[in-house]
Write a protein that binds this ligand. Structure first.
Ligand SMILES: [Zn+2]
Ligand SMILES: [Zn+2]
Length: 332
């Protein structure tokens, strides 16, 4: 089928072009109903991405309706409304066999890529392992949150403690999802950011906020679980200052290569702290995220900062670069 899709030709250079894709065996072609902006896209737009060299299709958080299917697909038919994550593990490599599906060596060999388009192709592995029917009671944009929410669920699956006092550092879209998920789990949730404007939307969600200005940490008691969503040195250092006894720090946001920081080994030992990184997700987290979305367990509506047609994507990317809003919805 011929359709229009955005191609990122180079840094900050988007073209809407006609492309032609037919679903092969085990694949489906989905008519996009909603696609969301995401930090990964922003990074790629600003400076390129080693995993996705230019020219590249663009956008990866989407949902829609099955338009065409390849041979060998029994459980879906044309017209079905579907949700899907970006990738699914190969289940054959060394890491998959250890149960570390998020570290799969072949993770992005097949990927859902090109959400900012009229149609998107879903590869075989993702159709088979992690494509779900969209329940009627949720919107397509809520369904398109399956990918980022899976990462959030995965990052907290290691945590078994109860009654936690949680601090989320960074109130952008991922901080938002971490906050509403932590709230759903019954934790006492506080979120902080250096951008005071961003904190406003959390007030109606019964989530405590901190406007983080120089030296803010000394005004607060330690937290049990800190989720670092800013990817900054300041955020990491604040986490180390504010972690309490038996507390855990999740480095959820990425850091640049060769990023070093000083840690007090004595405090780490006697307070029994755990600092861990979290990347991507496994199939279990995707299924859990799907259940959360479909059973409307989370208050997700406020993450959507505006709705725009496909042709306005370059304008929307300008807004994203200025740090406006959380997630914008593109509706082809
Ligand atoms: Zn994303
Ligand atoms: Zn694998």
């Amino acid at each position: 089928m011929k359709f229009f899709a955005y191609i990122l030709e180079d840094v900050e250079k988007l073209d809407l072009v006609e492309i032609d894709k037919e679903p092969k065996e085990g694949e489906i072609l989905v008519k996009v109903k909603a696609a969301l902006t995401c930090g990964t896209d922003t990074k790629m737009y600003k400076r390129g991405h080693p995993q996705f060299p230019f020219p590249s299709l663009f956008g990866h958080e989407a949902s829609g309706v099955v338009a065409e299917k390849g041979k060998g697909i029994g459980f879906l038919k044309e017209g079905d409304e579907v949700l899907f994550p970006v990738s699914s593990p190969c289940l054959k490599c060394e890491f998959c066999l250890k149960g570390l599906e998020n570290q799969c060596e072949n993770l992005f060999e097949e990927k859902v890529w090109g959400g900012f388009a009229e149609y998107i192709l879903i590869p075989k592995r993702i159709v088979k392992n992690s494509t779900f029917r969209k329940p009627k009671n949720i919107t397509f944009e809520e369904g398109a949150l399956l990918d980022p929410l899976s990462s959030v669920v995965f990052s907290q699956n290691i945590i078994k403690d109860l009654n936690l006092k949680v601090l989320i550092i960074g109130a952008g879209p991922m901080g938002f999802l971490q906050a509403v998920y932590s709230k759903y789990k019954g934790y006492d949730v506080t979120i902080c950011d250096i951008n005071e404007e961003r904190l406003k939307i959390y007030e109606d969600l019964n989530i405590k906020t901190i406007f983080a200005q120089e030296g803010w940490e000394k005004n607060y008691n330690p937290f049990d679980f800190i989720i670092e969503c800013s990817g900054t040195r300041g955020g990491f250092e604040s986490s180390l200052k504010l972690i309490g006894k038996g507390g855990k720090i999740c480095l959820f946001a990425g850091f640049p290569k060769n990023f070093y920081i000083q840690i007090d080994g004595s405090k780490l030992h006697y307070n029994q702290n755990l600092i861990y990184g979290s990347f991507h997700y496994d199939r279990k987290a995707v299924l859990e995220a799907y259940n959360l979305i479909s059973e409307v367990k989370l208050n997700l509506k406020k993450i959507f900062s505006g709705y725009y047609p496909l042709r306005e994507l370059p304008f929307v990317m300008e807004k994203v670069l200025k740090g406006e809003g959380l997630k914008f919805v593109i509706t082809p």
